[in-house]
Design a protein around this ligand. Structure first.
Ligand code: B12
Length: 453
C-alpha cells in the first residue's frame, strides 16, 4: 500500500487535450524555459549514455539503453550512421547469445527448481526479453522472425510461466504486455486479468509507483487497440492506476525519487486524455531536470539515466514510432567525456553492519574504513577479514546482494533488504557510500514487502 496524500482531483474531471501534434515536453503550451531546460538536459544525458558504451558497442544493459535512445529520437538508428548500426548489431548478437543459452528453458521441459535457479541468473527473463523486443521493434526488426526465432512466442511462454508462479513483479510483467502491445501481437486476456488482479485497493502495486506507472503505460497501450477500447477491466485498472499515481505527486512536482518521477511523467504523457497541467507537467519536468549531474548522467547510473531519458522529451514506452524505419538518416556525432579525477584526502569513518536472518537472529560487525567507500567495497573487505561471506553478482544496476553466509535470496519469495538504521536504502550496495556512524542492516524480507516510492 502506498502512503500518498489524498487525491483532491477527481479523475472524472480530467479534460481532453486539444488535438494537434507537438514535440514539446509538456504539450503545445510548454513554456520556452521548461522546453529549453528539458532539451538541454536530454542532450547532455544522451552524450553521457553514449560515453558509457563498452568496447563491443553495447552497454551494460544494451536493450534498455538502445530503446531509450531510439524511442526519444526516431532518427537515431539509420543506415548512414555507423555507430548506431554497430550498436544495433551488438543488440542482435547479445540476444542471439542469450537465446542460445536459454534454449533449454524455453524449448524443453525443465523442473521447477531449475526454473527457479534461472530467475536471478544471467539468463533471459521475460522482462529482459521484453526490453529486447521493444528495442528491436523500435529499430525496424520483425520480432516474429528474428533470425528464425518468434520472440512473441518466447515472451508468451515466459509470461505464462510467471503467471503460474504467482506474479509479484508487475513492473516486468507490464513491460511484457507493452512489448506485445507495441508489436501488435495477439494479447491474451489472461494478461489483463493478471494486472487487474494484482492491483491493490488504492490502485497501486507491490514494489511501488514505478510498477504502477508501467502498468498505466501498458493499459493505455491496450486501450488504444480496437479489441480493448471498451474493455471494462482495462479501463478500470487504468483509471485506478492513474488516480493512484496522481495522488502521489508531491508539492515540488516530483514523485519521491528520480526513477519514479521519470516513470510517472512517461505514464502521464501516455494518457492523451490528460492535460499536462493536470499532472503539473512543468513542475515535474523541472524537478527531473534539477536532478541531473554535471556529467549529464542521473545518479551517475546507466539504468537511472536510461529510465529518465524519455521523460525529458515527452515520450513513453507505449508509443514507439516506427514510421521512419526506411527514411534517410542524419549523421550523429559522439563526443568523448572528459574524465575528472577528484581523488582527495579521505577521512576514516566507523560503520556498523547487522545481518538479520529470517528467524530474527542476527550477526553484527563494526568496521573502520575510509569515507567515500561504497558499501560493496566495505562488505568485500569485511568478507576478507572475517568468516562472513557475501554473494554479490554484478548487474546493470550494480552489485546485487544475493546471499549472506550462503543464505540466498529465494527468487520470487525473499530478498536481502537494505537499510540504514530504520530507513530503507534508495540505491544498491555499490552506489551507497556510508557515512560516519551509519548502521546498515541486511534483513531477510519477503519480496512483497518493499517501500521505496
Ligand atoms: C521489482 C523490483 C525489485 C524486486 C526484484 C525481485 C522480483 N520480485 O522480481 C525486489 C523487491 C527484490 C527489489 C529489491 C531491491 N530494490 Co528494486 N526494484 C524493482 C523494480 C520495481 C522493477 C525491476 C524490474 O523488474 N525491471 C525490469 C527487468 C526486465 O529488468 P532487470 O534489470 O532484469 O530487473 C532486475 C533488477 O532490476 C533486479 N533488481 C531490482 N531492484 C534492484 C536493486 C539493485 C540495487 C540491484 C543491483 C538489482 C535490482 O531485480 C529485477 C528482476 O530480476 C525497480 C523499478 C525500476 N524503476 O526499475 C526497482 C529498483 C531497481 N529497486 C531499487 C532498490 C533501491 C532496491 C533495493 C536496494 C531496496 C532495498 N532498500 O533493499 C533492493 C535490492 C537489495 C539487494 N539485495 O541488493 C531501485 C534502484 C535505485 C538505484 N539507483 O540503484 C529501483 C529503481 C526502485 C526505485 N524507484 O528506487 N527490487
Amino acid at each position: 500500500m502506498t502512503d500518498c496524500r489524498l487525491l483532491i482531483l477527481a479523475f472524472a474531471t480530467v479534460s481532453c487535450v486539444v488535438a494537434g501534434n507537438t514535440d514539446k515536453v509538456c504539450g503545445p503550451d510548454t513554456t520556452a524555459a521548461t522546453e529549453s531546460a528539458a532539451r538541454e538536459a536530454y542532450n547532455k544525458a544522451v552524450e553521457w549514455l553514449k560515453s558509457q558504451q563498452t568496447d563491443q558497442w553495447g552497454w551494460e544493459n544494451t536493450p534498455s539503453v538502445l530503446l531509450s535512445l531510439q524511442l526519444t529520437n526516431p532518427e537515431w538508428f539509420n543506415r548512414e550512421d555507423l555507430e548506431s548500426q554497430l550498436n544495433v548489431k551488438q543488440l542482435e548478437i547479445e540476444l542471439l547469445a542469450a537465446i542460445s543459452k536459454r534454449k533449454n528453458v524455453y524449448y524443453t521441459k525443465i523442473t521447477e527448481s531449475e526454473e527457479e535457479d534461472a530467475s536471478m541468473s544471467d539468463e533471459l527473463s521475460p522482462g529482459q526479453l521484453a526490453y529486447y523486443m521493444l528495442a528491436l521493434h523500435a529499430t525496424c526488426h520483425n520480432v516474429t522472425d528474428f533470425y528464425g526465432h518468434n520472440l512473441t512466442h518466447l515472451l508468451e511462454h515466459g509470461m505464462k510461466k510467471l503467471r503460474i508462479k504467482d506474479v509479484n513483479n508487475y513492473f516486468a510483467y507490464s513491460l511484457g504486455v507493452l512489448a506485445l502491445c507495441n508489436t501488435k501481437s495477439k494479447i491474451e486476456r489472461i494478461h489483463i486479468r493478471v494486472l487487474h488482479k494484482g492491483q491493490e485497493d488504492d490502485g497501486g502495486y507491490p514494489h511501488g509507483r514505478d510498477s504502477t506507472a508501467m502498468v498505466v503505460m501498458a493499459m493505455t497501450c491496450l486501450s488504444q487497440l480496437p479489441e480493448f477500447t471498451d474493455d471494462v477491466m482495462v479501463r478500470l485498472t487504468l483509471r485506478k492506476g492513474i488516480r493512484n499515481l496522481l495522488s502521489c505527486q508531491e508539492t515540488d512536482g516530483g514523485f519521491g525519487n528520480i526513477h519514479t518521477s521519470a516513470l510517472a511523467a512517461q505514464a502521464f504523457s501516455a494518457v492523451h486524455e490528460m492535460l499536462p497541467a493536470t499532472w503539473h507537467c512543468e513542475d515535474l519536468i523541472m524537478d527531473i531536470v534539477s536532478d541531473q549531474e554535471e556529467s549529464g548522467s542521473y545518479g551517475d547510473h546507466l539504468m537511472t539515466t536510461m529510465q529518465v531519458l524519455p521523460s525529458l522529451v515527452g515520450r513513453h514506452y507505449g508509443n514507439i514510432d516506427t514510421s521512419r524505419c526506411h527514411k534517410k538518416p542524419e549523421v550523429e556525432q559522439s563526443h568523448g567525456e572528459d574524465f575528472i579525477d577528484l581523488s582527495a584526502f579521505k577521512k576514516t569513518i566507523s560503520v556498523s553492519l547487522t545481518v538479520v536472518y529470517k528467524n530474527g537472529s542476527n550477526d553484527s560487525f563494526s568496521v573502520s574504513t575510509q569515507e567515500e567507500q561504497s558499501l560493496y567495497d566495505i562488505m568485500l573487505a569485511l568478507s576478507q577479514e572475517t568468516n562472513v561471506t557475501f554473494d554479490m553478482p554484478d548487474s546493470a544496476w550494480g552489485r546485487y546482494l544475493l546471499a549472506i553466509n550462503e543464505v540466498s535470496a529465494d527468487s520470487g519469495k525473499f530478498y536481502w533488504r537494505l537499510y540504514n538504521k530504520e530507513e530503507p536504502l534508495s540505491v544498491g550496495i555499490e552506489d551507497y557510500l556510508p557515512e560516519d556512524g551509519d548502521h546498515v542492516y541486511f534483513k531477510y524480507t519477503p519480496v512483497t514487502h518493499s517501500d521505496y516510492p
